[in-house]
Ligand binder design. Structure first.
Ligand code: GLP
Length: 241
């Protein structure tokens, strides 16, 4: 694992945006795996800035998002569809035919998950996967468990995750209890992975991710088994390493 420690969140965002931009320059039709949450927002803003300066062209870029809440339509303001369009896609020249997100209101879960896996394969696999991390070590929505699933699937969200996400909803009752997520195998098949983490709250889970034993109880520890992972941390989150 290549661990990069920078001063603060702003530097983390600049560094991450530069890494992604370099990969897009290297391969114009790159397949990106994208993440939601607060952590990558600064990176998305950095990429938008680069696009506006004419430094990156997204017209051939393909994207797959990690996950989506089950039961939220793409128009729901807390859906990851909405988040991605609002935060990133609407600001760049990406071709909407090349954007793939899981359908949170599918009436056939197995078919939807298989469709996603098939599309990733058809597009040649993910070249670069961006990841955040949950306080409990989840990747996408792969929650701590006795066993981890390899492929895209429906998952029951843990109590910790439901509580962590209540801030985005009016009431805990509105927080979805399930989500569709790429599996750990889908994530691990990406050629390169960048994980971003910031802030003191996540320092215990970052210590486990980097130094702890590989365990399904901390899903992010599986990244220790991947050959091309870069972890970008700010000083706060890295303080206990
Ligand atoms: C959600 C997403 C994850 C993300 C995590 C952390 O659970 N499914 O992909 O990594 O939130 O979010 P944040 O970056 O806001 O801490």
């Amino acid at each position: 694992m290549n661990v990069v420690i920078v001063k603060n969140y702003q530097e983390l965002s600049v560094r991450a945006a530069q890494l992604v931009a370099d990969q897009i320059t290297r391969k114009k039709n790159i397949v990106l795996g994208l993440a939601t949450g607060q952590t990558p927002v600064g990176m998305y803003q950095g990429l938008i800035k680069k696009y506006k300066k004419g430094e990156i062209d997204f017209s051939q870029v393909v994207t797959f998002n990690l996950d989506e809440y089950y039961g939220l339509s793409p128009e729901h303001p807390q859906s990851y569809h909405y988040f991605m369009w609002d935060t990133f896609f609407q600001h760049i020249n990406i071709n909407k035919e090349k954007i793939y997100l899981l359908n949170g209101i599918t009436d056939n879960i197995d078919e939807e998950c298989q469709r996603f896996e098939d599309l990733i394969k058809k597009r040649g696999g993910i070249d670069l996967q961006i990841l955040g991390i949950g306080d409990n070590g989840h990747l996408g929505f792969n929650e701590p468990a006795i066993g981890l699933k390899s492929k895209t699937h429906l998952v029951n969200l843990s109590k910790a995750t439901i509580h962590a996400n209540v801030k985005y909803f009016n009431d805990i009752k509105e927080v979805p209890r399930q989500a569709l997520t790429m599996g750990i195998g889908t994530i691990m098949k990406a050629e390169k992975i960048i994980l971003l983490a910031s802030g003191r709250k996540k320092s215990p889970v970052i210590v486990k991710t980097i130094k702890g034993p590989v365990s399904t109880e901390v899903p992010a520890t599986v990244l220790q088994l991947h050959n091309e992972v870069t972890i970008i941390l700010d000083q706060d989150v890295a303080s206990k390493l």
